[in-house]
Design a protein around this ligand. Sequence first.
Ligand code: ADP
Ligand code: ZN
Length: 612
Amino acid sequence: MDKLTLLKQYFGHSAFRPGQEALADALLSGRDALGVMPTGAGKSVCYQLPALLLPGLTLVISPLISLMKDQVTALTQAGVPAAYINSSLDAEAYRETYRRIRRGECKLLYVAPERLQAEGFRRLLEELPVSLVAVDEAHCVSQWGQDFRPSYLEIAELVRALPARPPVGAFTATATAAVRRDIETLLELRDPLRVTTGFDRPNLFFEVVRPRDKEAWLSRFLAERPGQSGIVYCATRKTVDAVTASLLAQGVPAARYHAGLEDGERRASQEGFVYDQVRVMVATNAFGMGIDKSNVSFVVHYNMPKDLESYYQEAGRAGRDGSPARCVLLYAPGDVQTAKFLIANSQESQEGDPNRLRRDLARLNRMVSYCKTGGCLRADILDYFGEIHAGRCGNCGNCAGDFVDRDITVEAQKILSAVARVEKRYASGLGAALIIKLLRGSRDKRVLQLGLDQLPTHGAMKGVDRELAQRYIDCLMEAGYLRSDGEEYPVLRLTAQAGDVLFRGKRVLFRDRAAATPSPEAKPAPAPRPGAQEADGGLLAALKALRFRLAQEAGVPAYVVFSNATLADMAALRPLTPEEFLQVSGVGRVKAERYGAVFLQAIQNWRAGVSD
Ligand code: ADP
Ligand code: ZN
């Protein structure tokens, strides 16, 4: 059977995504391959499809035990015989799995890298015809990566020990050159086909927001998108606990996840989320590597992460099924301090590698510049990953965002009169930082030394945060009421026009991104497929409810039955016959056989209800 037929039959996809076919072909022809593709790009197909076509067993090395069960369940549901071996199996399940594998009843076998050293497992492998070794999350082999796993270093040795060396396919979403080099060397890839696909995720809407009150912003954000679930990432465990408590108090089904919790609670949280019982997962970055939940509609960063790579990886957990999803970063200047603190106290820095610290701080600065840019956010990310792109994407907070003009005449008058007073007192003038301290009513040493606390404008802008005050000053400079004087220690000076604002009632408008104002607006993310949304009319909700019920009955996560994208397509196409049902994107033959009848019935019921 040819590849495309298999792709449709088992995975329900009617075309390959970029890179998939080339990588699959390489592995099928016996060549090693390295696939660098962003999360959600569809790496699994690259080795699952060859696994179906190759005569023997495909060994998949995957770092996360918690994920294997779901991956294997999803494959089994799609009609692909697969199994996993890890420490979660009891003796009986373990023996049964070994028996199935020996009888050749599995095409794919998932194992954690730690398993490779086990004597019994080694012996099993010697008896088996291994046709392919696939290494998932291959960056775990590199110490440059974020998730180094020493056992990954054993993979090369294991492959060497196999009676006949099978092709090795390595897959990762981590893009940097150093990590890629490590993967090739340490996994001993032989002349691999290298495929790096675009890092752009067109269905993700990126946005940076500066809410005055993050908690209020979040409850509003959630209220505006009922029925959607997602992840809220926080920088510290304490924030995770606080945000979770606040959401629960508001009646939002939320759960928390961080390294300080008992295994049991962590597992329960994760399962609740994956099985759609928990709507919002509040977590530190400990949550998520390889979380294989495709219907995550939003990822909110309550705090700024420490580098753009982490950000993109975490935000990228949204919309993996291709549906529109929203990635919002809540920025507050204080987060920069938190991130600096976390970097300074991280294990690596404690070990006293000054280069590491410098590198981390440089990465942090790059993260901050993403938060502050007025340019296209997607372009900024793609620049970072060295990818060519169109200048403006039209689908991020900075491209699509509405702008509002806010009247800040009163604030402007306060700032300008503070500068005027200071000029009278100190002919040499003062820099913006001190002017802001003066306005905010600071009593720090320098302020007291200069006697700024004696000026009548001291504290005139209490409660306005430093960042915003700085942006007001930037605005006044741009409008020509203030200018900066001096090279090394620039000071603020009034211009001749300042009098218009101070004495002649001239208004000052502050151009602000609507998304950056305290009140969050929320536009629905644009649908990539016209028709998908208007087709809804309650049908999508009905299909989701049916999926939820079926998933519960089968004891599998909802997305294992069908992804959100598949349900949306179903709602748009409204198939009436089994043939039409097969046309729905994401519906393969096995799933059509398993679920077709009930879903077709649901669609029919819905039609009847509508025409009544
Ligand atoms: P990755 O491992 O790269 O993060 P996955 O392999 O989990 O990504 O795939 C992500 C999503 O993309 C899944 O929901 C999968 O069904 C879907 N997908 C994969 N390949 C295709 C394809 N050729 N066409 C449509 N959807 C696909
Ligand atoms: Zn943009």
